[in-house]
Design a protein. Structure first.
Length: 143
């Protein structure tokens, strides 16, 4: 199996298509795309040349780094591709000066992020009628 991760400085067609398939069609979210996409670095993971997963990372106004929009196409789940994408994004963030990364995780996948070294912070909240929780990771923590 040939796995390649590419970095894009703007939202590319492959990342858009994956997010539409996973978040819009599969999960029913309405507001999947936002102005952050224009300021984020996007990663797309390809399996044998096919776009299989994506995530983004951006530096907020508070100089805090945010990971988000991790999505893996259903036929590629269970192959640890999400962990590969997170590791790539964290490596990039570390190189450009991040010490911590935060994310807003759907509560149903909180345990996945815990396995990747993230800790829940604060209380759950609703985002698009879906329970979320803020999570954080110090980048010196390995996955």
């Amino acid at each position: 199996m040939d796995i390649v991760i590419k970095r894009y400085d703007s939202l590319c067609d492959d990342a858009r298509a994956i997010r539409e398939a996973v978040f819009v069609r599969e999960q029913g979210f309405v507001n999947e795309f936002d102005d952050i996409d224009g300021n984020a670095v996007h990663f797309v993971l390809y399996v044998n040349g096919q776009a299989a997963g994506t995530c983004r990372i951006y530096r907020g106004d508070d100089n805090e780094f945010h990971l988000g929009r991790l999505a893996v196409m259903s036929e590629y789940r269970g192959m640890s591709l999400g962990k590969m994408l997170i590791s790539e994004a964290e490596g990039y963030a570390s190189v450009i000066g991040a010490e911590f990364i935060t994310l807003s995780a759907q509560v149903r996948v909180k345990d996945f992020y815990k396995k990747c070294g993230y800790s829940a912070v604060g209380e759950e909240y609703l985002d698009e009628d879906c329970p979320h929780i803020k999570m954080v990771k110090k980048l010196s923590q390995p996955i």
